[in-house]
Ligand binder design. Structure first.
Ligand code: ZN
Length: 300
């Protein structure tokens, strides 16, 4: 899906509503409040997209309870935003979106955060299988030249010594990724094992990590191979280059586009990058429909 296709497929608000109604209800609108099918399209010409429920006597539209609820923005702009976000290889900032859609910065930011809600890993959590690489990284923006770092002598520390926010991730070779923004004091062995149990099918997987001490004891949970970066970077099949590639994708996007991602929201951005990575080989049209359906909460 590109923006030309959006304009062709959804030329106006009516076409967007019709698409959402079809995606959410098929041919049978049902009341989002009580679930009743005993509904009818309203007759008020000024509000042609309202439906009335005879069961609970409320009126509703297709956007109730979805990411599009109570929006004042034309749905076409939402659909354009979804497409632009899915297509932006390095991530799309709210500032860029505000220019693209001619909306103000706050509106653009709200839309991107709502769309990220549709991209959340919370209810999709694929259990990874096969050879799974696991690693952590740190996000939080590039240190500016001339600013004091968080190292003891004011230098910028890298890797595990830094104050930046850690992200833990696991990835199937050639497959899906899952990642979680966390805190530095939650990078202990028990936290990492809980992450593995939650997101990896431990009966059908083999884990590859580096020799970070918190991974010790992982062999109690599932088969575990450790690479020694100090000796070999790639030791045959035992490597973590795949997750390294995902971290590069995540960081390029987050450093380049989102100059200040607050910790409170970092999971949302991590979710977006996992989501887009997992859809990297999907047909663009299917990826668009899937994202809209997740926004309507009809797809997992
Ligand atoms: Zn009802």
């Amino acid at each position: 899906m590109n923006i030309i296709q959006i304009f062709e497929r959804f030329p106006n608000q009516d076409a967007c509503i019709a698409h959402l109604e079809k995606a959410r209800w098929g041919d049978e609108p049902h009341c989002p409040y009580c679930g009743s099918l005993n509904t009818a399209r309203g007759t008020d010409k000024a509000r042609p997209h309202r439906h009335h429920c005879y069961e609970c006597k409320t009126s509703f539209s297709v956007t109730v309870g979805t990411i599009f609820h109570r929006t004042h923005l034309p749905l076409q702009k939402w659909f354009l935003a979804v497409t632009l976000m899915l297509n932006a290889k390095k991530g799309l900032s709210a500032l860029q979106l505000s220019r693209d859609l001619e909306v103000n910065k706050n509106t653009a930011w709200r839309i991107t955060m709502k769309i990220r809600e549709a991209m959340t890993q919370a209810d999709q959590r694929p259990m990874l299988t096969g050879i799974v690489e696991m690693d952590e990284t740190y996000i939080g923006g590039k240190p500016r030249k001339g600013t004091k770092g968080d190292g003891e002598d004011g230098t910028h520390k890298r890797g595990r010594g830094t104050k930046k926010a850690p992200v833990v991730g696991a990835i199937e070779r050639g497959g899906r990724v899952t990642a979680k923004a966390t805190q530095k004091d939650k990078l202990k062995g028990k936290n990492l094992r809980a992450f593995v149990r939650e997101r990896i099918d431990t009966d059908a997987s083999e884990l590859m990590t580096d020799e970070y001490t918190a991974y010790k004891g992982m062999e109690k949970v599932l088969p575990h191979s450790v690479i020694k970066h100090s000796t070999w970077y790639v030791d045959g099949d035992i490597h973590t280059n795949t997750i390294g590639g995902f971290w590069a994708f995540l960081k390029r996007g987050m450093f380049g586009q989102f100059h200040s991602v607050s910790r409170r929201h970092s999971q949302r951005y991590v979710d977006e990058f996992c989501y887009r990575y997992n859809l990297r080989n999907a047909d663009p049209l299917a990826a668009f429909d899937f994202t809209i359906n997740r926004g309507l909460k009809v797809a997992k």
